[in-house]
Design a protein around this ligand. Structure first.
Ligand SMILES: Nc1ncnc2c1ncn2[C@@H]1O[C@H](COP(=O)(O)OP(=O)(O)OP(=O)(O)O)[C@@H](O)[C@H]1O
Ligand SMILES: [Mg+2]
Length: 447
C-alpha cells in the first residue's frame, strides 16, 4: 500500500487529505512540524510528501516550508514533494518547483487535480523502482561475468549485449560449433575472441580466415592446404588453416561467401574431422572447433540455393545474435569513452548526437567517428561538429524503422521526461500512438 506523509501544523487539513487519500487506498501519516516530518521520513517507507509552507503561527513568509523542502530534497532527491501553499507564497513555491519540487497546489486545493498529480507521481515512483532494480540486477550480472570470465575488453552496458556476452561465456567451454550473426562492425569477431578466451582450448591456436576476402580459387588451398604444384603458382607445400588450427579454434568470418564446392568440404570436416589437401589423396584428420560469423541472412541464401542447408545446421548448433548498435543505445557512450584518448571529453550535445545517430556501420563506425573527432577537435573538448555526423533528422526517421526500443529503454526515457508522452515519443522516434501501443505491450501504465 502506498504511503503519503502530510507535514502540516493544521490538523484539519491533514484529516481532509487522509480521507481523500483513503478513497484511493493510500495510507496517510501526519507530522505537525518540519522536525517531526523529517523523523517520519527517516523511519518509514514514504512514497510522497505533501507539505505546508508555514508552521509557526503568525508566520506567512514561507521560509520554514522552503527550508524543509530543501532538507528533504537534499537527503532524499527521489522522494516527490507536493507543496501546499497560500496565495502569498506562490512565488516561493514556483521557485521550489524549479529546484525539484514535484508540484504546488494553492489552498483550498482541487481534489481532482491533487489526485491526478498524486497518482502520476506514484506511478512514476514505481517505474523508477522497477528501473533501479533492473539496473542493479544488470550491474551485478555484469560484475559477476567479468569476475568469472575473460571478456576481452568488450565494452557493454545494454541488456541485449549482456545477454549476448552471458551466452558467449556460457557456451565457451564446450566444443560445439557456434554461428555468430549480426550486421557489419557490430562486434562479431569480439564475441568469437571471447568464446576462444574462455574455452578449454584457450592456449591452443585461434586461427582466423576471412572467407569473404579471399579469391575463390585460393580459398580451398587456404582452408585445406595444398601440395607443391597443386595449382599454378603453388611452388611450395601450403599448410591449410584447418591444420594450423588443429586442437584449437578456427574462426570462419563471412562464411556466407564460401562457394558451394568449399561448403561440401567444410561439411565433411565438420562431420568427420577429415579432409584432403589440394593435390593429395592422403586423408588428414583434425580436431578443430569451428566458430563462424556472417552478416548475411543464411536462410535466404539457402532458399536461393547458394548455401547448403545441411552445412547451415552443422554450423549453427548454437547461434549468437549481436544486435545492431542503434538497438543498444546504452552501449554507445561507454564505447565512445573507450575509443577516446583519456585527455578528451565529450560535450553534452555531442553525447546526444552520438545517441541519436543510427550507426549503419555499428561499433566500427563509432570507433572511426570518435578517433577522427579526437584528432579534429580544436581542444580537448569534442563537440557535435567535430563528430561530422549527418543532420539529426535523418537518423530519427531511420530509427523509427530500424530500432525497436525495449522495455528498459522505454521506462528510462519516460523517467527522464517525467512521464511526458510527447517528449518520450520524440526521443524514441515514435508517434504518440505507437508509444502507447508499446507501453501497453510492456504493461507500463498510461496516465
Ligand atoms: N563491445 C565492444 N567493445 C569494444 N570494442 C568493440 C566492441 N564491439 C566491437 N568492437 C570493436 O569494433 C570493431 C568492429 O568489431 P568486429 O570486428 O568484432 O565486428 P564484426 O561484427 O566482426 O564486423 P564485420 O561484420 O565487419 O566483420 C573492432 O575494432 C572491435 O574491436
Ligand atoms: Mg568481422
Amino acid at each position: 500500500m502506498n504511503q503519503i506523509l502530510v507535514i502540516d501544523d493544521n490538523k484539519g487539513i491533514a484529516t481532509a487529505l487522509e480521507v481523500l487519500f483513503s478513497i484511493y487506498d493510500i495510507k496517510t501519516l501526519h507530522a505537525i512540524s518540519p522536525q517531526e516530518g523529517l523523523r517520519f521520513i527517516q523511519s518509514n517507507q514514504i512514497d510522497l510528501v505533501v507539505q505546508d509552507m508555514n508552521f509557526t503561527e503568525d508566520t506567512t513568509s514561507g521560509e520554514e516550508g522552503c527550508k524543509l523542502f530543501k532538507q528533504i530534497h537534499s537527503e532524499y532527491p527521489d522522494l516527490p514533494v507536493i507543496l501546499l501553499t497560500a496565495w502569498g507564497n506562490l512565488e516561493t513555491a514556483v521557485e521550489l518547483v524549479r529546484e525539484g519540487a514535484s508540484d504546488y497546489l494553492t489552498k483550498p486545493w482541487d481534489d481532482t487535480k491533487l489526485m491526478t498529480t498524486v497518482n502520476n507521481l506514484m506511478e512514476l515512483g514505481q517505474l523508477r523502482q522497477q528501473t533501479n532494480s533492473m539496473l542493479s540486477q544488470k550491474t551485478s550480472i555484469a560484475q559477476s561475468l567479468s569476475q568469472q570470465y575473460d571478456l576481452c575488453d568488450t565494452v557493454f552496458n545494454s541488456s541485449s549485449m549482456l545477454q549476448t556476452m552471458t551466452m558467449a561465456t556460457q557456451i565457451a567451454h564446450s566444443d560445439i560449433p557456434v554461428l555468430i550473426t549480426g550486421p557489419n562492425g557490430c562486434g562479431k569477431e569480439k564475441i568469437a575472441e571471447t568464446i576462444q578466451a574462455n574455452s578449454s582450448v584457450k592456449e591452443k591456436p585461434f586461427v582466423r580466415v576471412n572467407v569473404g576476402a579471399l579469391p575463390m580459387d585460393l580459398l580451398e588451398a587456404e582452408l585445406f592446404g595444398a601440395e607443391a604444384g597443386a595449382y599454378t603458382g603453388a611452388q611450395k607445400k601450403r599448410v591449410g588453416r584447418f591444420e594450423a588450427a588443429d586442437g584449437g579454434t578456427l574462426f570462419l568470418d563471412e562464411i556466407g561467401n564460401l562457394p558451394l564446392s568449399g561448403q561440401v568440404k567444410l561439411l565433411r570436416v565438420l562431420q568427420t574431422g577429415e579432409f584432403e589437401c589440394l593435390g593429395s589423396s592422403e586423408t588428414r584428420k583434425v580436431n578443430v572447433r569451428v566458430i563462424s560469423a556472417t552478416n548475411a541472412n543464411l536462410l535466404n541464401d539457402i532458399q536461393q540455393g547458394t548455401f547448403r542447408e545441411d552445412l547451415y545446421y552443422r554450423l549453427n548448433v548454437i547461434e549468437i545474435k549481436v544486435a545492431p548498435l542503434a538497438e543498444r543505445v546504452d552501449d554507445i557512450l561507454p564505447l565512445a569513452l573507450y575509443f577516446m584518448p583519456q585527455n578528451k571529453t565529450l560535450s553534452q550535445e555531442a553525447e546526444k548526437a552520438l545517441q541519436n545517430h543510427s550507426w549503419p556501420g555499428n561499433v566500427r563506425e563509432l570507433e572511426n567517428v570518435i578517433k577522427r573527432a579526437s584528432l579534429l577537435a580544436s581542444n580537448d573538448h569534442i563537440r557535435t561538429k567535430d563528430l561530422g555526423l549527418p543532420e539529426q533528422a535523418a537518423p530519427t526517421i531511420e530509427k523509427t524503422v530500424s530500432s525497436e526500443p525495449d522495455k528498459e529503454q522505454l521506462i528510462a526515457t519516460l523517467l527522464r521526461s517525467r512521464h511526458n508522452i510527447s517528449q518520450t515519443a520524440r526521443e524514441l522516434g515514435l508517434s504518440r500512438q505507437s508509444l502507447y501501443r508499446r507501453m501497453d505491450k510492456f504493461k507500463i501504465p498510461r496516465d
